[in-house]
Design a protein around this ligand. Structure first.
Ligand SMILES: Nc1nc2c(ncn2[C@@H]2O[C@H](COP(=O)(O)OP(=O)(O)OP(=O)(O)O)[C@@H](O)[C@H]2O)c(=O)[nH]1
Ligand SMILES: [Mg+2]
Length: 295
């Protein structure tokens, strides 16, 4: 299934609805309806106003302008181009954080699969020592995908698990180690302090580690995930954003607001529950999938 089909809900909310509205011609009434549609797709007030302004301007210049071309253009402009990520460190240490159920563990499994397919080696480390069966969940993924897992025992210190996982990856001369952490709310001060500690312990295991920190956001929450994300960033230097579950929501527009408000690259998006449903995010492809072309 291609990206356009995976993002069908967002595509329907934008492409199809705007098509119907603009099909009736362009006037103030059309623009008002377009505003409602853009807001419903969770583009947010600020970006919606930017888009409307552009519509007004372009339609004034040329009544026959294509709303789709205008929208694709402005949305592409809003997303900064992602430089691809790489690290000279060996192992490159990635830490994955986020609220409960956001999709951290699933993201790690799928990311590790992609790394393996690229011909690199990876160890998945389970520093989620809170949730019963968190380690088993990661171990199960490891078995399915043929990827080694550094498991942990419930109740042990997540810092020491992280330390051991990095040391193991060093000993085995692996290219990557990805550390899973327990889901937590930014209001849980004790757990957030613990996350900072895990971050520091990684640096003790290996200088410069972790080399990247992925914050996983649930796409179905849309822009409401922003305050949470900003809180996380106070406790730990997040480097990249992952937005999951975009297959299950019409709020695909929130991705633009997230990129803008958090000022971090959107690195991957989750578009399904399967092992292949994590996609390297590319702004142009994403915009094409939710607005561009004909159905
Ligand atoms: N539809 C869909 N479901 C997803 C996606 N990513 C994750 N999920 C589902 O979301 C649920 C939670 O995923 P996990 O990876 O366990 O989330 P987590 O953040 O590790 O959860 P905790 O460890 O409990 O905090 C699972 O049922 C996943 O299959 C996605 O992109 N699309
Ligand atoms: Mg998990």
């Amino acid at each position: 299934m291609n990206l356009r089909e995976k993002l069908k809900k967002s595509r329907d909310a934008l492409n199809r609805k705007l098509g119907l509205v603009f099909g009736e011609g362009v006037d103030e009434n059309t623009l008002e309806l377009a505003e409602e549609i853009l807001l419903a797709s969770d583009l947010g007030w600020e970006l919606t106003e930017l888009v409307l302004e552009r519509f007004r301007k372009e339609f004034k210049l040329n009544r026959d302008s294509s709303w789709k071309v205008i929208l694709v253009d402005i949305l592409e402009e809003l997303l900064p181009e992602n430089k691809s990520w790489s690290s000279d460190a060996k192992p490159a240490v990635t830490m994955v954080v986020g609220v409960n159920g956001a999709g951290k563990t699933t993201t790690i499994a799928r990311l590790s699969q992609a790394i393996t397919r690229d011909g690199h080696s990876v160890l998945m480390g389970c520093a989620d020592t809170y949730r019963a069966a968190a380690s088993e969940q990661l171990a199960l993924w490891g078995e399915r995908l043929g990827i080694p897992v550094h498991t942990s025992i419930e109740g042990t210190d997540p810092g020491s698990v992280t330390f051991d996982a990095i040391k193991k990856a060093q000993t085995l001369k692996l290219d990557h180690v990805i550390i899973d952490t327990a889901g937590r709310l930014p209001t849980q001060k004790g757990l957030m302090d613990e996350l900072s500690k895990v971050y520091r312990v990684a640096g003790k295991a290996m200088e410069g580690a972790p080399h990247r920190v992925l914050l996983v956001l649930d796409g179905t929450v849309g822009q409401n995930a922003l305050p949470q994300a900003q809180q996380f960033m106070k406790f730990i230097p997040v480097t990249d954003i992952v937005v999951t579950k975009l297959d299950g929501t019409a709020k695909g527009g929130s991705v633009f607001a997230m990129a803008r408000e958090l000022n971090l690259p959107i690195r991957y998006i989750g578009v399904g529950e399967g092992a292949d449903d994590l996609v390297v995010f590319d702004g142009r492809t994403f915009v094409e999938a939710i607005v561009g072309g004909n159905d």
